[in-house]
Design a protein. Structure first.
Length: 323
């Protein structure tokens, strides 16, 4: 059977999805992170291969593959990702960014803006003519404002200020030490700096504060600033694309697991910056965006497959073969 393959490779995990030409899901698999800038080329290749292996049954033949990776918008990274994919022997493939497939998963090529905020972050938009622009997403060393790592690193910075007396008591020590299962700040630093992937480890603090941030003044200020930064990215994209209100804005990623209060903050900041907006969670996971792009490249009318994909998208666990 011929199938289309979509892959979403990021800083937290890698997902692969195989779909037949009628839009039926036939395979799904996940693996670890494949952002080469975080884990290196060798580890990224291993996780990509594993995810695809779990999604690709022996009887399936890949007709076309679309693979979206974190950092693939930069020439050097794109070349490295392309080299990885070429090793897999695909005859017909496209390598693009994880931000682009997130955008397509959300908008299905209609005008709108997608904010992807997980370990890292990127904002991308598309206009009625298919023109795509981006903002943010320049990596954890120089950007990714509003991301999980950005939030986690600020929490740790505020804690460090408390520890050495540069600020008043923040009340963060109990939360952070409990999450990382350490007894003191020195042990925390050792754990972070000895980690194979400190970026993901620091970003994991999102989970630690998910239920309490809105009750904690220091955390609230950090999260509010994150909402503002993400909204600034949307405003930049809207301006460059000249999108007219009400603008459709979609969101996805672990930062938005902070809940309805965070979404309200984000929406409030958007309205300050661009006026009328319509804010929605993405209908599909980013890996579906890769598949939708594959269908478009095949010349398939998306309306013919969207309904089928939508019905099956909530049942991915039934197709998972991660054993």
């Amino acid at each position: 059977m011929e199938v289309l393959l979509g892959v979403d490779g990021g800083g937290t995990r890698t997902e692969a999805l195989t779909v037949d030409l009628k839009g039926r899901i036939v395979g799904y698999g996940t693996a670890g992170p494949s952002n080469i800038n975080l884990v290196g080329v060798e580890a990224a290749e291993r996780e990509v291969v594993l995810a695809i292996k779990r999604a690709l049954k022996p009887s399936l033949r890949i007709r076309r593959a679309v693979l979206g990776f974190a950092g693939a918008g930069r020439k050097g990274s794109l070349e490295k990702y392309t080299a990885i994919v070429k090793k897999l022997g695909f005859q017909n493939f496209t390598v693009t960014t994880d931000g682009f497939i997130s955008l397509i998963a959300a908008t299905q090529f209609n005008p709108g803006v997608m904010v992807s905020a997980g370990t890292g972050t990127i904002t991308m938009g598309i206009d009625g003519g298919g023109r795509v622009v981006r903002a943010s997403g320049w990596g954890y060393l120089v950007g990714d404002e509003g991301s999980g790592f950005w939030i986690g690193s600020r929490i740790l910075n505020m804690l460090s200020r408390e520890i050495d007396g540069r600020s008043d008591v923040t009340g963060l020590a109990d939360i952070v030490f409990k999450w990382f299962k350490v007894e003191d700040f020195d042990s925390l630093l050792e754990k972070i700096y000895s980690s194979k992937n400190p970026v993901v480890l620091i970003a994991s603090l999102l989970e630690a504060v998910q239920e309490v941030w809105h009750q904690h003044p220091v955390l609230y200020n950090i999260i509010q600033e994150a909402a503002r930064e993400l909204a600034l990215g949307v405003a930049a994209v809207v301006k460059r694309l000249d999108l007219k209100p009400p603008v459709k804005v979609y969101y996805g990623g672990g930062v938005f697991n902070l809940g309805e209060r965070f979404i309200e903050l984000f929406t409030r900041e958007l309205k300050k910056l661009i006026g009328a907006v319509s804010v929605h969670g993405s209908t599909f996971k980013p890996v579906f965006g890769a598949v939708l792009y594959a269908f478009k490249l095949e010349g398939v009318d998306l309306e013919k497959v969207l309904e089928k994909l939508s019905l099956e998208s909530t049942e991915l666990k039934d197709f998972s073969n991660e054993g």
